[in-house]
Design a protein. Sequence first.
Length: 306
Amino acid sequence: MPGTNWKLWISLLIAFVLIYAQITQGKPSEEFLALKTLLGTDQADKPGPQLGCIVEHCLTPSIACVKDTNCRESLTCAKNCLEGWDNDTTKEKLHIQNCTNICAFSYADEVYEKLMACYTNYACISFPPIPSMCRADARTKPMRQLTITNLAEKSWWVVKGLNQVYDCYPCQTIHFEQINSSFWDYVPQYQVYLRNGSLELITQHLPIGKQPPNANNITFVYHDVGLKHSETWWLLDEADDKSWVAMYYCGSTLQWHYEGALVLADNRTLSTVAYQKIAAVYKSILGYDFSEFCETDTSENCPNRL
C-alpha cells in the first residue's frame, strides 16, 4: 500500500472521530466545520484526506471503519510506519511501503477495503506524488514477439524480481487462465509477512480484459486492499525451450508510480547460463544491471504451484 506522511493520516483519523461525533450528536461541531473547511474540496490540490469529499461520498464506510477494530488498527499501524517518511531515502520509499504493506496484510478486512475503495474512487484522498520512472513505452522492442498466450501455457515460479517491495515475496507463483474470448484470470500467489513475524499465503484472482492481437504488452487494472492499480507488462524474451520468460512492468495507484520486473521459470531454479542470457536481455533493452534483482525463496518449503 503506497503511503503518505504521518501527519495526513493523523488528520484522517481525526476526521473519522469528528464524523462519528457529528452523527451521534445529530449536528456538526465547530471543530468538525473547521476541519471540513481545512481539508474540504476547496483544498483538493493538497495531499491527504479531503473531508468535504468524505462527508459527501464516503460517510457510511468511514463510520464503519471507526466502529471496526481491524480497520482502525490498520490505519493506526500505517500512521506509525509513516512517521519515518522523511528519513526514508530509499527509492520509492521502500522501507515505508514494506511497513505499510505489513500493516495492511495484518489488519485489513472488508471494512477497510471498502473504505479505501470509496476514497480512491471519489478521489477523497491523495498521496504525495512519486513520478514515473518507467523505462519502457510503445517503442520498446522485445527480443521476440510474445503475447499473453505465452504466459498461459503453464504456472510459473518467480525466481528473480526487481522491485524490492512487490517482487521479492517468498514462494511467488503466477498463473494465467483464459476464462472466455474476452477475459483472462491472472492468479498470483505469494507469502507475506505479518506484524507478529509469521507468514501468510495470499492468493488473488485478478481479471484481465481482452488484449490487442499480437501485442507484446499486457495492460490491465485491478484492486489491491481497496486501492486501484493500473499496470502494463512488457514481455521481453523467453527461452528457446520456453523454460523462462523475462518481463518488465510499470504501474500506478493514485499519485504513486512504480516499476518492477519478474523472471518467470517453469522450475524452482534456473541454470547459470540461463541467468546470463536473462541478464543480457535486461541490460540491452532497459539498461538494468541484473545484480539489482533479488532472488526469491522457491524452496521446497513453498506450497506447490496452482
